[in-house]
Design a protein around this ligand. Sequence first.
Ligand code: SF4
Length: 335
Amino acid sequence: MTRNVLQIRDGHGRRASYMRISVTDRCNLRCRYCMPREAEFIPHDKILSYEEIEQLIALSSDLGITKVRLTGGEPFVRRGFTDFLKRVHGNNPGLDLRVTTNGTLLRPLLDEVAAAGVQVLNISLDTLYPGRFQALTGLDAHAEVVGAIDGALAHGLRVKVNVVGLRGVNDDELGSFIRFASERPVDVRFIEFMPMGGCVAWSPEKLWPAEDIIEEAGHHADLEAVARSEGDQGPVRLFRLAGGLGRIGVISPMSNHFCGSCNRLRITSTGKLRTCLYSDREYRLRPILAHPRLSIEAVKQVILRAGRHKPLGYDILNHRLGGAVCSTHMSAIGG
Ligand code: SF4
Protein backbone atom coordinates (compact mmCIF):
# COMPACT_ATOMS: atom_id res chain seq x y z
CA MET A 1 0.00 0.00 0.00
CA THR A 2 1.50 3.34 -1.05
CA ARG A 3 2.10 5.76 1.80
CA ASN A 4 0.31 9.11 1.51
CA VAL A 5 3.14 11.67 1.65
CA LEU A 6 2.11 15.32 1.94
CA GLN A 7 4.43 18.01 0.61
CA ILE A 8 5.60 21.25 2.20
CA ARG A 9 5.28 23.86 -0.53
CA ASP A 10 5.63 27.63 -0.25
CA GLY A 11 4.43 30.65 -2.18
CA HIS A 12 7.68 30.80 -4.18
CA GLY A 13 7.24 27.40 -5.78
CA ARG A 14 9.77 25.72 -3.52
CA ARG A 15 9.31 22.33 -1.83
CA ALA A 16 10.97 21.58 1.50
CA SER A 17 12.65 18.16 1.58
CA TYR A 18 15.51 18.80 3.99
CA MET A 19 15.22 19.29 7.75
CA ARG A 20 18.07 20.51 9.95
CA ILE A 21 17.50 19.64 13.59
CA SER A 22 19.59 21.02 16.44
CA VAL A 23 19.92 18.50 19.28
CA THR A 24 21.60 21.02 21.63
CA ASP A 25 22.72 24.65 21.75
CA ARG A 26 25.73 23.66 23.84
CA CYS A 27 29.21 23.50 22.43
CA ASN A 28 32.71 22.90 23.70
CA LEU A 29 34.10 25.58 21.39
CA ARG A 30 33.59 29.35 21.39
CA CYS A 31 34.00 30.33 17.75
CA ARG A 32 33.91 34.11 17.67
CA TYR A 33 31.54 34.35 14.74
CA CYS A 34 29.05 31.95 16.30
CA MET A 35 28.95 32.19 20.01
CA PRO A 36 29.92 34.80 22.56
CA ARG A 37 32.65 33.67 25.00
CA GLU A 38 30.30 34.09 27.97
CA ALA A 39 27.53 32.04 26.34
CA GLU A 40 24.36 31.30 28.30
CA PHE A 41 22.90 27.93 27.45
CA ILE A 42 19.29 26.83 27.37
CA PRO A 43 18.26 24.88 30.52
CA HIS A 44 18.10 21.10 29.95
CA ASP A 45 14.37 20.89 30.59
CA LYS A 46 13.77 23.30 27.71
CA ILE A 47 15.67 21.08 25.26
CA LEU A 48 13.82 18.47 23.19
CA SER A 49 14.22 14.93 24.44
CA TYR A 50 15.60 12.34 22.02
CA GLU A 51 12.15 10.74 21.92
CA GLU A 52 10.57 14.05 20.86
CA ILE A 53 13.21 14.52 18.14
CA GLU A 54 12.54 10.97 16.91
CA GLN A 55 8.82 11.79 16.72
CA LEU A 56 9.57 14.94 14.72
CA ILE A 57 11.82 13.02 12.33
CA ALA A 58 9.16 10.34 11.81
CA LEU A 59 6.35 12.83 11.12
CA SER A 60 8.62 14.93 8.89
CA SER A 61 9.12 12.00 6.55
CA ASP A 62 5.31 11.91 6.15
CA LEU A 63 5.68 15.48 4.85
CA GLY A 64 8.23 14.63 2.17
CA ILE A 65 11.39 15.29 4.20
CA THR A 66 13.99 12.87 2.80
CA LYS A 67 17.16 14.33 4.31
CA VAL A 68 17.81 15.16 7.97
CA ARG A 69 20.91 16.87 9.27
CA LEU A 70 21.58 16.76 13.00
CA THR A 71 23.48 19.74 14.33
CA GLY A 72 24.19 21.64 17.53
CA GLY A 73 25.87 23.72 19.06
CA GLU A 74 27.99 20.60 18.98
CA PRO A 75 25.84 17.43 18.84
CA PHE A 76 28.48 15.11 20.28
CA VAL A 77 28.54 17.02 23.57
CA ARG A 78 25.04 15.66 24.25
CA ARG A 79 25.11 12.37 26.14
CA GLY A 80 23.69 9.39 24.25
CA PHE A 81 23.99 11.04 20.82
CA THR A 82 25.48 8.00 19.04
CA ASP A 83 22.82 5.66 20.47
CA PHE A 84 20.22 8.15 19.32
CA LEU A 85 21.76 8.11 15.83
CA LYS A 86 21.46 4.33 15.74
CA ARG A 87 17.78 4.49 16.70
CA VAL A 88 17.03 7.14 14.08
CA HIS A 89 18.74 5.11 11.40
CA GLY A 90 17.10 1.89 12.58
CA ASN A 91 13.61 3.43 12.53
CA ASN A 92 14.14 5.39 9.28
CA PRO A 93 16.44 3.21 7.16
CA GLY A 94 15.66 5.13 3.95
CA LEU A 95 16.41 8.52 5.45
CA ASP A 96 19.49 10.44 4.24
CA LEU A 97 20.98 11.04 7.70
CA ARG A 98 23.82 13.53 8.09
CA VAL A 99 25.63 15.22 10.95
CA THR A 100 27.41 18.57 11.29
CA THR A 101 30.10 18.61 13.96
CA ASN A 102 33.21 20.51 15.01
CA GLY A 103 35.02 17.15 15.08
CA THR A 104 36.78 17.67 18.41
CA LEU A 105 35.01 14.70 20.10
CA LEU A 106 34.44 12.56 17.02
CA ARG A 107 37.48 10.34 16.52
CA PRO A 108 36.81 7.78 19.33
CA LEU A 109 33.15 7.55 18.22
CA LEU A 110 33.72 6.86 14.52
CA ASP A 111 32.97 3.13 14.72
CA GLU A 112 29.57 3.89 16.25
CA VAL A 113 28.83 6.76 13.85
CA ALA A 114 29.64 4.60 10.84
CA ALA A 115 27.54 1.76 12.30
CA ALA A 116 24.67 4.23 12.81
CA GLY A 117 24.21 4.62 9.06
CA VAL A 118 25.46 8.21 8.84
CA GLN A 119 26.57 8.67 5.24
CA VAL A 120 28.00 12.16 5.27
CA LEU A 121 29.78 14.17 7.96
CA ASN A 122 30.21 17.92 7.74
CA ILE A 123 33.17 18.86 9.88
CA SER A 124 33.94 22.51 10.64
CA LEU A 125 37.58 23.58 10.40
CA ASP A 126 38.39 27.24 9.81
CA THR A 127 42.17 27.01 9.98
CA LEU A 128 45.03 24.56 9.43
CA TYR A 129 47.19 26.31 12.03
CA PRO A 130 46.83 24.81 15.54
CA GLY A 131 47.62 28.11 17.24
CA ARG A 132 45.09 30.02 15.18
CA PHE A 133 42.55 27.27 15.87
CA GLN A 134 42.94 27.83 19.60
CA ALA A 135 42.70 31.60 19.14
CA LEU A 136 39.51 31.29 17.06
CA THR A 137 37.77 28.62 19.13
CA GLY A 138 39.20 28.91 22.62
CA LEU A 139 40.30 25.24 22.62
CA ASP A 140 43.57 23.53 21.73
CA ALA A 141 41.99 20.70 19.72
CA HIS A 142 43.20 21.15 16.16
CA ALA A 143 44.85 17.72 15.99
CA GLU A 144 41.62 16.04 17.15
CA VAL A 145 39.68 17.62 14.29
CA VAL A 146 42.19 16.73 11.57
CA GLY A 147 42.46 13.25 13.09
CA ALA A 148 38.66 12.93 12.99
CA ILE A 149 38.59 13.95 9.32
CA ASP A 150 41.20 11.36 8.38
CA GLY A 151 39.58 8.78 10.65
CA ALA A 152 36.16 9.35 9.08
CA LEU A 153 37.66 8.89 5.61
CA ALA A 154 39.32 5.68 6.78
CA HIS A 155 35.86 4.49 7.92
CA GLY A 156 34.55 5.09 4.41
CA LEU A 157 32.43 8.07 5.40
CA ARG A 158 32.03 11.01 3.06
CA VAL A 159 33.50 14.16 4.59
CA LYS A 160 32.73 17.77 3.79
CA VAL A 161 34.92 20.31 5.52
CA ASN A 162 33.18 23.62 6.29
CA VAL A 163 35.43 26.68 6.41
CA VAL A 164 33.93 30.05 7.31
CA GLY A 165 35.87 32.40 5.05
CA LEU A 166 37.10 35.39 7.06
CA ARG A 167 38.97 38.20 5.34
CA GLY A 168 41.99 39.15 7.38
CA VAL A 169 41.70 36.00 9.51
CA ASN A 170 42.07 32.83 7.39
CA ASP A 171 42.18 34.12 3.80
CA ASP A 172 45.97 33.58 3.87
CA GLU A 173 45.33 29.83 4.13
CA LEU A 174 43.65 29.26 0.77
CA GLY A 175 46.73 27.52 -0.64
CA SER A 176 47.04 25.31 2.44
CA PHE A 177 43.38 24.29 2.26
CA ILE A 178 43.78 23.51 -1.44
CA ARG A 179 46.73 21.26 -0.58
CA PHE A 180 44.65 19.69 2.20
CA ALA A 181 41.87 18.90 -0.29
CA SER A 182 44.32 17.67 -2.91
CA GLU A 183 45.72 15.11 -0.49
CA ARG A 184 42.31 13.77 0.65
CA PRO A 185 39.02 12.78 -1.03
CA VAL A 186 37.16 15.58 0.75
CA ASP A 187 35.15 18.63 -0.26
CA VAL A 188 36.54 21.75 1.40
CA ARG A 189 33.78 24.35 1.23
CA PHE A 190 34.32 28.04 1.99
CA ILE A 191 31.19 29.64 3.45
CA GLU A 192 30.68 33.39 3.32
CA PHE A 193 30.51 34.97 6.76
CA MET A 194 26.90 35.86 7.65
CA PRO A 195 25.82 38.57 10.14
CA MET A 196 23.86 36.22 12.36
CA GLY A 197 22.19 37.13 15.67
CA GLY A 198 24.19 39.46 17.85
CA CYS A 199 27.40 38.36 16.17
CA VAL A 200 29.69 41.18 17.22
CA ALA A 201 32.50 39.78 15.12
CA TRP A 202 30.75 40.46 11.82
CA SER A 203 31.79 43.44 9.70
CA PRO A 204 31.65 44.00 5.92
CA GLU A 205 35.46 44.05 5.82
CA LYS A 206 35.54 40.44 7.07
CA LEU A 207 33.32 39.24 4.22
CA TRP A 208 35.41 37.18 1.78
CA PRO A 209 33.17 36.96 -1.28
CA ALA A 210 32.90 33.66 -3.13
CA GLU A 211 33.99 35.15 -6.45
CA ASP A 212 37.22 36.37 -4.83
CA ILE A 213 37.85 32.94 -3.32
CA ILE A 214 37.42 31.25 -6.71
CA GLU A 215 39.60 33.83 -8.43
CA GLU A 216 42.34 33.52 -5.78
CA ALA A 217 42.11 29.71 -5.77
CA GLY A 218 42.89 29.75 -9.47
CA HIS A 219 46.36 31.04 -8.55
CA HIS A 220 46.99 27.93 -6.46
CA ALA A 221 45.53 25.18 -8.63
CA ASP A 222 43.83 24.37 -11.91
CA LEU A 223 40.12 24.30 -11.12
CA GLU A 224 37.47 22.43 -13.07
CA ALA A 225 33.87 23.31 -12.28
CA VAL A 226 31.77 20.33 -11.19
CA ALA A 227 28.51 20.15 -13.13
CA ARG A 228 25.38 20.54 -10.98
CA SER A 229 24.06 17.41 -12.67
CA GLU A 230 26.65 15.46 -10.70
CA GLY A 231 24.24 15.86 -7.82
CA ASP A 232 24.33 16.26 -4.05
CA GLN A 233 25.67 19.76 -4.22
CA GLY A 234 22.92 21.81 -2.59
CA PRO A 235 23.96 25.49 -2.58
CA VAL A 236 27.71 24.83 -2.99
CA ARG A 237 29.61 25.50 -6.22
CA LEU A 238 32.28 22.81 -6.46
CA PHE A 239 35.58 22.64 -8.31
CA ARG A 240 37.79 19.61 -8.94
CA LEU A 241 41.48 20.19 -8.31
CA ALA A 242 43.65 19.04 -11.19
CA GLY A 243 45.67 16.02 -10.02
CA GLY A 244 44.01 16.17 -6.60
CA LEU A 245 41.86 13.70 -4.66
CA GLY A 246 39.42 16.24 -3.32
CA ARG A 247 37.46 19.31 -4.37
CA ILE A 248 36.96 22.83 -3.13
CA GLY A 249 33.73 24.77 -3.11
CA VAL A 250 32.07 28.05 -2.19
CA ILE A 251 28.73 28.77 -0.50
CA SER A 252 27.65 32.35 -1.11
CA PRO A 253 24.60 33.38 0.98
CA MET A 254 25.77 37.01 0.98
CA SER A 255 27.03 37.68 -2.53
CA ASN A 256 25.11 35.19 -4.67
CA HIS A 257 22.19 33.79 -2.74
CA PHE A 258 20.42 30.50 -3.44
CA CYS A 259 17.12 31.28 -1.77
CA GLY A 260 15.19 30.58 -4.97
CA SER A 261 15.94 26.87 -4.72
CA CYS A 262 16.00 26.59 -0.94
CA ASN A 263 14.55 23.26 0.26
CA ARG A 264 15.35 23.48 3.96
CA LEU A 265 13.57 23.95 7.23
CA ARG A 266 15.06 23.98 10.71
CA ILE A 267 13.98 22.84 14.14
CA THR A 268 15.84 24.37 17.06
CA SER A 269 16.87 22.37 20.11
CA THR A 270 13.85 23.81 21.94
CA GLY A 271 11.46 22.47 19.31
CA LYS A 272 10.81 25.69 17.37
CA LEU A 273 10.40 25.46 13.62
CA ARG A 274 12.27 28.12 11.59
CA THR A 275 11.40 28.22 7.91
CA CYS A 276 14.39 30.41 7.08
CA LEU A 277 17.80 30.91 8.67
CA TYR A 278 17.45 34.69 8.46
CA SER A 279 13.89 34.92 9.77
CA ASP A 280 13.18 35.13 13.49
CA ARG A 281 9.66 33.85 12.89
CA GLU A 282 9.40 30.61 14.90
CA TYR A 283 6.60 28.07 15.34
CA ARG A 284 6.51 26.24 18.69
CA LEU A 285 6.08 22.52 17.96
CA ARG A 286 6.89 21.08 21.38
CA PRO A 287 3.70 22.14 23.21
CA ILE A 288 1.61 20.56 20.43
CA LEU A 289 3.71 17.40 20.48
CA ALA A 290 3.24 17.15 24.25
CA HIS A 291 -0.43 18.10 24.30
CA PRO A 292 -2.53 15.10 25.47
CA ARG A 293 -5.46 15.89 23.22
CA LEU A 294 -3.59 17.01 20.13
CA SER A 295 -2.33 14.46 17.64
CA ILE A 296 0.74 14.20 15.46
CA GLU A 297 -1.54 15.45 12.68
CA ALA A 298 -1.76 18.80 14.48
CA VAL A 299 2.04 19.13 14.37
CA LYS A 300 2.06 18.28 10.67
CA GLN A 301 -0.58 20.94 9.97
CA VAL A 302 1.54 23.58 11.73
CA ILE A 303 4.60 22.60 9.68
CA LEU A 304 2.61 22.65 6.43
CA ARG A 305 1.12 26.05 7.26
CA ALA A 306 4.48 27.48 8.32
CA GLY A 307 6.07 26.09 5.17
CA ARG A 308 3.53 27.92 3.03
CA HIS A 309 4.84 31.20 4.46
CA LYS A 310 8.54 30.42 4.07
CA PRO A 311 10.20 33.71 3.12
CA LEU A 312 12.93 34.47 0.65
CA GLY A 313 15.76 34.98 3.11
CA TYR A 314 17.65 37.27 0.81
CA ASP A 315 14.88 39.82 1.07
CA ILE A 316 15.30 39.83 4.85
CA LEU A 317 19.05 40.26 4.46
CA ASN A 318 18.57 43.11 2.02
CA HIS A 319 16.05 44.97 4.13
CA ARG A 320 17.85 44.72 7.42
CA LEU A 321 18.92 48.06 8.81
CA GLY A 322 22.61 47.27 9.00
CA GLY A 323 23.86 44.90 11.74
CA ALA A 324 22.58 41.40 12.23
CA VAL A 325 20.03 39.74 9.96
CA CYS A 326 18.26 38.02 12.87
CA SER A 327 18.41 38.08 16.66
CA THR A 328 19.23 34.43 17.35
CA HIS A 329 22.80 33.10 17.62
CA MET A 330 23.85 30.54 15.02
CA SER A 331 24.57 28.04 17.81
CA ALA A 332 20.96 28.26 19.01
CA ILE A 333 19.62 27.72 15.50
CA GLY A 334 21.91 24.91 14.44
CA GLY A 335 23.39 26.51 11.33
S1 SF4 B 1 18.38 32.50 3.74
FE1 SF4 B 1 16.48 31.39 4.12
S2 SF4 B 1 15.54 31.13 2.11
FE2 SF4 B 1 17.65 31.71 1.77
S3 SF4 B 1 18.73 29.79 1.53
FE3 SF4 B 1 18.89 30.35 3.70
S4 SF4 B 1 17.18 29.36 4.70
FE4 SF4 B 1 16.79 29.32 2.49
